[in-house]
Design a protein around this ligand. Structure first.
Ligand SMILES: [Zn+2]
Length: 84
């Protein structure tokens, strides 16, 4: 079991996943940008631009644990957010 070390810093990233309606590729984007702002995103696979909010399938807050020298050490899912 791991103990909580005082030397580890943790930060968080709100993100969402949407599925490209053209080719079915999952695309990850900032939750604030994609869901709250309802922004269009571009599929990196086929180049199709689509509305992130309309095609979002999931949203979560990731926890990012940093090492002592401030490098990314570990990623985890801190909280799942239900999409309405
Ligand atoms: Zn696509």
């Amino acid at each position: 079991m791991m103990s909580t070390s005082e030397s580890e810093d943790v930060t968080f990233f709100d993100m969402a996943v949407a599925i490209c309606p053209e080719c079915g590729t999952p695309v990850a984007e900032s939750g604030w940008y994609g869901i709250d702002m309802g922004s269009d995103v571009q599929c990196f696979e086929c180049g199709n631009a689509f509305n992130m909010k309309e095609h979002a399938t999931d949203r979560a807050t990731l926890s990012i644990t940093l090492s002592k020298n401030q490098r990314i050490k570990r990623l985890g899912v801190e909280e799942k957010v239900d999409l309405e």
